[in-house]
Design a protein. Structure first.
Length: 523
């Protein structure tokens, strides 16, 4: 019998005990200790690890067996072991998140077929190994470890499947999307937000049933006093899959999980990582050219990927309703008394086997048809989604150009020169760079841009512009000023200069986007 030591840093964690090959002796032995470090190997007097599954930010996960069950069933043992040198406050926060995972699994896992059951949660006090104190404790002092034991799902996660077989088909992604939406509907209705949806956290059991794993980053949403603060993100997320509000540490919503689920879907559809599909300049996703999907699914995913939470679907139920097929009478044969219009059948899903646990409620088994829902919303038109992103980029460029023109006037007036001084261009480009960065980080949006432009125009109007007419004399501004007859109006000249720079910025941005889109389709 091989038993794996769970002490962090053990030099020889794999222990061989030939005498325990007899299951009768294994079930009766009071305890076994690691031959290298002395760590107790039978946890809580019943669980023993056989293999290291992996290590993450909160700790390590082991494949284990339960000797108190007739068949010594397999389970997963998670050990709390946060990475890095944490302050006492950070360590306490990490421990609370670990305990919260146990609470959520107890509440949700035992009531939903596709969320792993919680089997046990317990601490373990052991002497620290000589010369290897844990988390700052001194040698020969006691270390305290915390363990979660949960149901083992025997199968492969979607990250592994993607690496093995390549891109998923639309039907396969629809199956995953539908099943995860049903699970998230249950999670959200029970006042929790997962906050870490990604391919590696979606597991397909060997019989085909899909599970949602790893509730280590889950957020429980409470009502009443302090709810707003409690809803804020703690900065725990998977890079590329988390939406902007979660990365900023703002409040999270059900739409936060839906965004991450959509990123998971386009990752599976395209076979590419999120950083290969996301345009950070415009905060948009360019994935369609890499996948073969229907316009309807594309439109749904694009709406889920919008950067602002209130622009997305607000609940999993809304997305499920949008996914329902629409009647297609134009595909039916000529109407006869015995013929009815055909309806596009839903994507077939795997049959749902019975769960051994009698306490588990099958709130959303995969094989059952979806519950009656309100009529689906009108289909989202793909071109509108694309146009919205394009116009947002062009509007941002117009503001940058217009504001850049106003700043150029102010800088030229203060420095007493127009375009000949390197200092002029250094100062101007630095200011424009700050504006562009603020927009890419979404510190400035919509109404903010209009307010800033208006305030700047008001202030610039009252500056003494000794070089204003020299700027206007530059072609082609001089010709436009003469045609319009505005040579004696300072405000009109300011608007002319700022408007001209705004048009240049729009033209340059549109040309860049056109070239970028052409290259992305060709390469």
């Amino acid at each position: 019998m091989e038993i794996y030591c769970t002490r962090p840093g053990c030099l020889r964690p794999l222990n061989q005990f030939p005498d325990l090959d007899d299951s009768t002796k294994l079930k009766a032995v009071p305890q076994k200790y690691c031959t290298a470090c002395g760590m107790p190997l039978i946890l809580d007097n019943r669980y023993f690890a056989t293999k290291l599954l992996g290590r993450g930010g909160f700790g390590a996960a082991f494949l284990a067996r339960d000797r108190r069950t007739p068949g010594m069933r397999y389970c997963v043992v998670k050990q709390f072991l946060p990475a890095g040198n944490l302050t006492p406050d950070q360590l306490q926060t990490a421990l609370k998140l670990f305990e919260r995972e146990a609470e959520v699994l107890e509440d949700l896992g035992n009531r939903h077929l596709q969320i792993p059951d919680l089997l046990a949660f317990f601490p373990l006090d052991v002497p620290s190994q000589s010369g290897q104190a844990h988390q700052g404790s001194q040698a020969n002092q006691a270390n305290q470890f915390f363990y979660i034991v949960q149901e083992f799902v025997d199968g492969e996660d979607m990250e592994t499947e993607l690496a093995q077989k390549g891109r998923f088909s639309e039907a396969e992604v629809l199956e995953i999307l539908t099943e995860m939406l049903k699970i998230l509907q249950f999670v959200h209705e029970n006042h929790s937000i997962h906050r870490d949806i990604k391919p590696s956290n979606i597991m397909r059991r060997r019989d085909g049933l899909l599970f949602l794993l790893d509730f280590g980053a889950v957020k429980q949403v409470t009502a009443g006093a302090g709810a707003a603060q409690a809803g804020r993100s703690t900065g725990i997320y998977s890079m590329g899959f988390a939406p902007p509000e979660q990365m900023r540490g703002d409040k999270v919503y059900p739409a936060t999980d839906l965004y991450a689920l959509a990123v998971t879907c386009i990752t599976l559809l395209t076979g590419k990582q999120p950083n290969e599909l996301h345009d950070t300049y415009s905060d948009t996703w360019n994935w369609r050219s890499y996948a073969q999907v229907s316009d309807r699914l594309e439109a749904i995913l694009n709406r889920l990927l919008l950067p602002t939470p209130n622009q997305r679907f607000q609940s999993a139920a809304e997305v499920l309703a949008a996914l329902q097929p629409l009647p297609s009478p134009h595909f039916a044969p000529s109407p006869t008394p015995s013929t009815t219009p055909s309806v596009t059948p839903p994507v077939p899903l795997p049959a749902s086997p019975a769960k051994p646990s009698a306490t588990k409620l099958q709130s959303a088994p995969p094989s059952s048809p979806p519950a009656p829902s309100p009529p689906p919303p009108p289909p989202i038109v793909r071109s509108r989604t694309t146009s919205f992103a394009l116009w947002e980029v062009l509007a941002s460029a117009a503001f940058t150009g217009f504001e850049g023109g106003l700043l150029a006037i102010a800088v030229a007036s203060l420095l007493g020169t127009v375009g000949l001084s390197p200092v002029f261009w250094m100062v101007l480009m630095a200011l424009v760079a700050v504006m562009v960065y603020a927009q890419t980080r979404r510190w400035l949006e919509k109404v903010d841009l209009l307010i800033i432009a208006g305030v700047t125009l008001f202030l610039v109007r009252f500056l003494p512009f000794a070089l204003l007419h020299k700027i206007v004399l530059l072609p082609p501004l001089s010709t436009v000023a003469q045609v319009l007859g505005i040579g004696n109006s300072p405000l009109a000249l300011i608007l002319l200069i700022a408007g001209f720079t705004g048009l240049i910025a729009i033209a340059a941005t549109a040309a860049f986007r056109l070239i970028y889109n052409l290259l992305s389709r060709l390469l």
